[in-house]
Design a protein around this ligand. Structure first.
Ligand SMILES: [Zn+2]
Length: 506
């Protein structure tokens, strides 16, 4: 058994004690690090008349205004205000601190200087992946990379990996959290991890060859790419008897995808394979895993690291903080990060089952968990359908419907304007690659029926493609996030054409 810092100190606490510890840690972190050293938050606290030392409850903390993607950009130029969010220590302040003085006695002046450089000097950069918005860089110091190894090791432990497993990291080589989190998971857990770089670097062929040769025990990657890889492995009649774990990130993982992956694994001669999802985002600089679902096939929720992050769930319309188990938008605050730091950060991600504090029924850890499906606030779009103006359509629901259909291998939804005329009504085209033996007519009927049930709208067209063509269209292995919903309406119109009215999906 590996030693587990989380389980020894934080994962057996009663919810009240856990919250009390989080609050103390938050207050120390704000007082010692963020407010003195972050240009943006120093000003925001001053403007709000909030003294971090006087924070006695999470309600006090909720007086701090939210941050969001928009806060990270200059309002006029639209360029990232990266430096304003980085903790830049003031030497005079540091020199006065008892910890610095004691450190200098213990490690010598130059030793202490090195330690401070490891804590505060940015040495690694990841960035957001939005194609429409300006990418925003997030900086890591050595202190942050140490934490990335801690959250990585926890990911391995919670996913019940073994040190003697062979792990494949299939995320693309990129300045992106997913790749680095998986890489540091291998280092933090001290286990063999082969990073293939995904499809971009060695192609599907190269990846399949390595699968056949090294016969890994665990795969870590994006659902669409892992699915693609295993499908090709099945086509080639490969045997991967050792495969026990698939850990997914970068996209949401619907139940249908888990089922399809398990089916592929059984064709590859694997035994029981646990398929688990992780949730993370650039601004968090960490990701959180599910544990294996032992009690039922229900996903166990994302197991948070309560000593490193404080999560709030809010009503996306009013910003009011909601109680446990209530669906809403995920808001993130780090508790120990250096480098780039955001507080009360609105992720734009909705969680259907909210945040819960009771112990996990599968593994018994009492860390807080995010339960249910994650979807994007911005996937709720206003559509002009026929003569009806401005119908709100929740594309999160449609995604789940398509992913859950066993007759559908992969898909893409395209939104466009009829005849490419900006004044015309909107069109929904569903592009589909079939799986199994269902006919085109059967699949068409099935999709139309499910669309109507979920949204009371019908797609204008359903177009069938070969799996390979559709993968090209989605950018599998080429883009960092596969394009599942493509909005081409703005190409036809003169304005940006997109209404992002946030509404909760519960
Ligand atoms: Zn668990």
């Amino acid at each position: 058994m590996n030693t587990n810092r989380l389980s020894s100190s934080w994962s057996r606490l009663a919810p009240d004690e856990l919250r009390a510890r989080q609050l103390r840690r938050l207050r120390d972190y704000l007082t010692q690090q963020v407010v003195p050293f972050s240009a943006h938050y120093r000003e925001l606290f001053a403007q709000s008349g909030l003294d971090p030392a006087s924070i006695r409850s999470f309600e006090d903390f909720a007086k701090l205004p939210f941050s969001s993607k928009r806060s990270l950009l200059d309002p006029e130029e639209g360029t990232p205000r990266t430096r304003d969010f980085v903790l830049v220590p003031d030497e005079a302040t540091l020199a006065r601190r008892p910890s610095t003085i004691l450190g200098a006695l213990r490690y010598g002046r130059s030793g202490m200087k090195d330690r401070l450089a490891r804590e505060y000097r940015p040495i690694l950069l990841t960035s957001t992946t939005g194609r429409s918005a300006e990418p925003v860089p997030f900086l890591y110091t050595q202190h942050d990379l140490d934490l990335l190894a801690v959250t990585g090791r926890r990911m391995m432990e919670i996913c019940d990996s073994r040190a003697d497993f062979r792990h494949f990291n299939l995320f693309p080589f990129a300045p992106h959290l997913a790749f680095w989190q998986a890489h540091y998971a291998g280092l933090g857990f001290n286990t063999f991890t082969l990073s293939t770089g995904g499809g971009k670097t060695m192609g599907t062929e190269g990846n399949v060859r390595l699968l056949g040769k090294l016969k890994p025990d665990a795969l870590i990657g994006m659902p669409t790419f892992v699915y693609h890889l295993l499908s090709v492995a099945v086509e080639q009649g490969l045997d991967i008897p050792n495969l026990r774990r698939i850990v997914l990130g970068g996209e949401k993982v619907p139940d249908g995808m888990r089922r399809k992956l398990r089916a592929l694994c059984s064709e590859l001669g694997s035994g029981r394979v646990e398929v688990m999802a992780t949730y993370g985002f650039t601004e968090a600089k960490m990701a959180w895993p599910e544990c294996p679902a032992r009690v039922s096939d229900e996903p166990t929720g994302y197991h948070l690291s309560p000593d490193l992050a404080f999560i709030e769930i809010i009503d996306p319309d009013t910003g009011v903080v909601l109680g446990d188990g209530k669906p809403g938008e995920i808001v993130f605050t780090p508790l120990d990060s250096r480098g780039s730091v955001v507080l009360r950060y609105r992720t734009g991600d909705l969680i259907s089952g909210g945040l819960v504090h009771e112990a996990c029924p599968a593994c018994g850890r009492s860390v807080p968990r995010l339960l249910g499906n994650i979807s994007r606030v911005s996937n709720v779009r206003r559509m002009q359908i026929g003569k009806i103006k401005g119908t709100l359509v929740n594309f999160n629901d449609l995604e789940h419907i398509l992913d859950d259909l066993d007759a559908v291998a992969t898909w893409q939804i395209e939104l466009s304007k009829r005849n490419h005329d900006p004044l015309e009504s909107d069109e929904i085209i569903v592009h589909v690659a079939r799986s199994g033996r269902s006919s085109r007519e059967e699949v068409t009927r099935l999709i139309e029926k499910r669309f109507l049930e979920a949204t009371e709208i019908r797609p204008n067209r359903i177009e069938f493609h070969e799996a390979e063509t559709l993968r090209e269209m989605q950018g599998v292995g080429r883009l960092l996030k596969e394009e599942k919903i493509v909005d081409r309406r703005e190409l036809a119109s003169t304005s940006d054409g997109e209404s992002l009215t946030p509404v909760p999906t519960s």
